[in-house]
Design a protein around this ligand. Sequence first.
Ligand code: IPE
Ligand code: IPE
Ligand code: MG
Length: 251
Amino acid sequence: MELKEQIDKEKIPVHVAVIMDGNGRWARRQGKPRVEGHRHGVRAVREVTEAAAELGVRYLTLFAFSTENWQRPREEVNALMGLLVNTLNSEVETLMKNGIALHAIGDLESLPPEVHANLMKTVRETASNQRMTLILALSYSARCEITRAARLLAQDVKAGKIQPDEIDEKRFASYLQTRDIPDPDILIRTSGEYRISNFLLWQIAYTELYFTQKLWPDIRKEDLYEAILDYQHRERRFGRISEQVNPDNHR
Ligand code: IPE
Ligand code: IPE
Ligand code: MG
């Protein structure tokens, strides 16, 4: 049976998050400049986005550029920013066709003006699409996001809008950029690195982690199917015991 057909349509993760890693190594292995890896990564973005929308995933978050990535060589940063503008322009049609709304998180003000303008334009144009929300994490780092939330919250306390004893997890999370988005059910990282690299630290408290050796430019729809199948075989206990979360398996 094909992988896709083995997927239980009743247990599709609501939110899939992905750390797209390994572009540079993909290019290097072929004796090409790193930028070539980023260029070929666009196809993988398209495949995973389409596959997720087809399966009924409601939120797909892609880590495209971290705050720390600004420290890379200037040519690589420039090439990535250029690629982003081109991809936004070339993919709007596909987003519209597939009913996908684009959203972005991160320190967006620090993006070059052209990138920022293109991003906001695409976000506006796709805003009423309902099938899936594609969230791009750009110039994003979780510690920046959490620190910013703390700052905004402190300002509201100072202004008398909230009392300190009214601050609970739900209230705190409402100051994060992901406030209207449920926590990821699964986080996928490609390229065989086993770390989080400052991605969604607050939100992944109970997310299922999935790692693959494949480099991002080699990722296709089938790889998403594999990850989701793996996810569907896990038991999410959230601190409870198996008998509580799956009584039917223990009768
Ligand atoms: C991921 O691939 C893309 C970005 C971080 C922008 P890398 O560029 O990190 O590729 P490797 O990890 O060096 O192979
Ligand atoms: C994480 O990848 C950031 C993105 C995928 C955008 P990196 O390649 O920057 O991560 P580290 O530095 O190797 O952990
Ligand atoms: Mg990397």
